[in-house]
Design a protein. Sequence first.
Lengths: 206, 243
Amino acid sequence: MKKKICILDYGLGNIYSLKNSIEKVGFKAYYFSEASDINYDLLFLPGVGSFSKAAKLLKKNNLSQIINNSNREKKGIIGICLGMQILLKKGFEDGSNEGLNLIDGTVEKIKAKKEYKLPNIGWKNVFFKKNKDINYLDKFDSQKFYFVHSYEANLKDKKMIIGYSDFYEKKIASVIFKSNIIGFQFHPEKSGEIGLELLRETIKYF
Amino acid sequence: MRIIPRIDIKNDYAIKGINLEGNRKIGNPNELGVKYYHDKADEIIFMDSVASLYGKNNIFELIKKLTKNIFIPITIGGGIRNISDITKALNSGADKVAINSAFINNPELITEAVKIFGSSTIVASIETKKNKKGDWAIFYKNGREKSNILLDDWLTKLSTEQVGEIFITSIDYEGTKQGFDEELLDKILKKRLEIPIIYCGGCGKLDHIKKVSKKLKHDAISIASVLHYDVLKISEIKSELKL
């Protein structure tokens, strides 16, 4: 049976292109709104915008409760960009705001020399660390994916960072993983054919 | 440096002009977009060249179709007037919007747009031309109307407002294939902006790109004629410049 995939529509960002990409790789997805079916197998947290706005929108309509329940039931949760950042405990974009706290850590502005410019925009090589609990990512090691962000995830438990990329002399946590949860700082749905492949494999795995 | 093809659109056709004027049909925007996508474009910019003139916008339906086949970031511009237009653009599958005229007419929209959609979604578009005094003036409505704003002040304003990127087109050089306007570029670089820029106008051959690539390491260029008329391929540019 095909997986039931839900994209959480909390009012932020380009969810249409995520849906397109999921369909392109052979799955079907529906948007979550208040009255939607919560019997999905897999939940996508997309997101473009600010942490504070996302945090507020998630509190509204009990969305954080729904996500927490899904986590308790060990459903797959896939966060992309801000959708990854919001998985953490706290964010400091536009004031201090509570995240979903599914993963311990904070989201802070990337500290870098001014001449490097933020947002960090463009295609960067992502280096995956070997992890015995998640084995489908090897073939994506060192491939380029599309990033656009000014804030980064600082995880308490660094072992959960399973992929990183370079931003000049800094290492940016680019893929985070904790049992049923995976987060991508970059946009697989915007990273061309290799991004689509990653999306397909991720959906299959989780 | 990112390489971003720019596809100007007028009534469902991809067009190309010179100095933002005299538009010539060059093909189907969807086919061109897909071609550049497979040729390793970093992103693609679609500009509706008449939308801001006539106050209408047909580009959304086109973008909806387009994003079924293109899986890299897409910026759309031309005739985006307010928050609801931005929402429509994003719901059509665009990732970013490029706005010029509406920001000039209503600078408060910049603050509001950045606050709602986040910096990375908002690209400020600038069309500029050198005046007799040697200053660069800001134009709008696809290069047809001159504002009272000067480039220097406008760049300061836009960076204070924290737009995600600034997309700068040299009207004097656009479509001419004579090379990028380096005088203008140097003037912009002197500002030491902390925001990435996308520099556009004048690219006619690989050497032109080589010349500006060192100056735009953390930024992007936008090119059109060289791609539309098959002078260069994006993949070639990238391998030549080791991007």
